[in-house]
Design a protein around this ligand. Structure first.
Ligand SMILES: Cc1cc2nc3c(=O)[nH]c(=O)nc-3n(C[C@H](O)[C@H](O)[C@H](O)COP(=O)(O)O)c2cc1C
Length: 200
């Protein structure tokens, strides 16, 4: 059974929904999914109290905080962040910047890596955000597991989020579209199976 860490940041909760759906897929395939949210020391109190953010923080209160030492225990790691100016958030990046010792020791070499995001607009940077997170996996020597087109016909058909690079959501405040949900679920299953093979 593959043990997978889903390490993410979500300010309004959409990326969190995607994280939970990927976790559901991982568990469906017999894997173990561990949701971990990265710390958010930058967010001012007035933003934390704002409508939408307040509810999202409360909803994620039970999710354990990501711990850099724990990463080595996972067979695979899926990283998630909202899109900010076409790239990943500084909150996720700040956490990744604490993994220098793993890079030095080669502790993550060969593990499975995946990425997911969300953006407010269809052309606002789904792919660029995933590519910005992917450089982490290249440098750590991890095996990138993309969605591709073969795992679900919805990848070809979706008019919202979800593409060959990784599960994504188009943030319209309505939650995941059916296509986004199917792609995230199928990806979770595919990721768990691939991580298990890599760890064998
Ligand atoms: C500072 C900032 C920058 C953003 N930049 C982009 C962007 O470049 N492209 C885009 O489509 N959406 C952008 N958005 C919208 C977020 O990507 C979108 O709201 C996201 O899905 C929210 O995820 P969350 O609910 O997990 O926080 C931005 C939002 C903020 C607050």
């Amino acid at each position: 059974m593959a043990k997978i860490g889903i390490v993410y940041y979500s300010m309004y909760g959409a990326t969190y929904e995607l994280a939970r759906t990927i976790a559901e897929g991982i568990e469906k395939a017999g894997g173990e999914a561990h949701l971990r949210r990265v710390p958010d020391p930058l967010l001012p109190d007035e933003v934390k109290a704002a409508d939408g953010v307040r509810e999202a923080i409360a909803a994620q209160a039970e999710v354990p905080t990501a711990d850099v030492d724990e990463l080595v225990e996972f067979d695979g790691i899926v990283l998630g962040s909202p899109t900010r100016y076409g790239s990943a958030t500084s909150q996720l990046q700040a956490f990744l910047d604490t993994t220098g010792a793993h890079w030095q020791n080669g502790a993550l070499v060969g593990k499975a890596a995946g990425f997911f995001t969300g953006a407010g607009t269809i052309h606002g940077g789904h792919e660029t955000t995933i590519m910005s997170m992917a450089t982490f996996a290249f440098h750590q020597g991890m095996n990138i597991v993309p969605v591709g087109y073969g795992i679900a016909p919805e990848v070809m058909a979706s008019r919202t989020g979800g593409g060959p690079y990784g599960p994504t959501q188009l943030g319209d405040g309505e939650g995941l579209s059916e296509d986004e949900r199917v792609i995230a679920l199928s990806y979770g299953e595919h990721f768990a199976r691939t991580a298990a093979k890599l760890a064998a």
